[in-house]
Design a protein around this ligand. Structure first.
Ligand SMILES: [Zn+2]
Length: 246
């Protein structure tokens, strides 16, 4: 009898260890619950309530509208429409992680796991930034929208890492997409316009001016193609650069 106690005790000990690992290793939710747009329905309702309140910010209202339309399109499997709505809401309020998550989910459902993984990475980066105390202005609103508290950096990272591994993608190797904020884009466009203007002013404009001058010399004169010197019709050679009349 005594000889059984020891192995039973060891087995019991091992099983306790295993189950405790199981408890700690397990998420509070399943993969299916996590990778769903349904979990943003409550967020959507909260946004709706915010937008219906008088005096709420116009940009948040616009954000909420695009966000809602995006979820609606996604639920109808209209992926390109969903993406365009989500991208617009992301432009208005880039700090919110939920939009990046939904863009990722949309790409994944439409079969583009590579792009999806990049937006899952962006989602994680935003969560990490939020939890490290950045976004002081939008943090209260972001936390308010994270009703079920499902999105925490470490848990989300673990679940996404596991998930992408089933596709053969290593999260560490994934790069988040480059995000260019609206105002940076306008600065860039202005910069390009200035460059185009300068190129036009200093090279294209003088070219046309020269062509015009060559074609319309003063009566009795011809213009040298090389140096633009005015020469009388009687001479065949430019008085300045010695080139023959072309
Ligand atoms: Zn000349």
């Amino acid at each position: 009898m005594k000889t059984y106690i020891k192995p039973v005790g060891i087995l019991l000990f091992i099983s306790i260890i295993c189950s405790s690992f199981g408890i700690f290793g397990q998420s509070r939710f399943t993969e299916k619950e996590f990778f769903s747009y349904e979990r943003f329905v409550l967020t959507m309702q909260l946004l709706d309530a915010i937008t219906r309140k008088q005096g709420s910010r116009r940009d948040i209202k616009a954000f909420a509208t695009y966000f809602k339309d995006g979820i609606y399109a996604l639920s109808n499997e209209k992926y390109s429409a969903a993406l365009s709505k989500f991208y617009k809401s992301r432009n208005i309020w880039p700090e919110y992680f939920g939009t990046a998550f939904l863009i990722a989910l949309t790409y994944e459902r439409s079969g583009d796991i590579r792009k999806a993984s990049r937006f899952y990475k962006e989602y994680l980066n935003k969560l990490e930034t939020l939890e490290s105390g950045h976004f002081p202005i939008s943090r209260p609103l972001i936390n308010f929208l994270n009703v079920d508290d499902m999105d925490t950096y470490h848990e989300s990272k673990a679940i996404i890492e596991d998930y992408l591994r089933t596709y053969g993608i290593k999260l560490d190797n994934v790069k988040a997409p480059l995000f260019i904020a609206g105002f940076v884009k306008s600065v860039f466009i202005i910069f390009i316009l200035v460059i185009l203007f300068l190129v036009g002013y200093y090279s294209i404009w003088p070219y046309f001016k020269k062509q015009n001058r060559l074609k319309n010399p003063p009566p009795g004169f011809w213009i040298c193609r090389n140096c633009e010197e005015e020469n009388p019709d009687l001479v065949k050679e430019c008085s300045k650069c010695r080139k023959l009349r072309g």
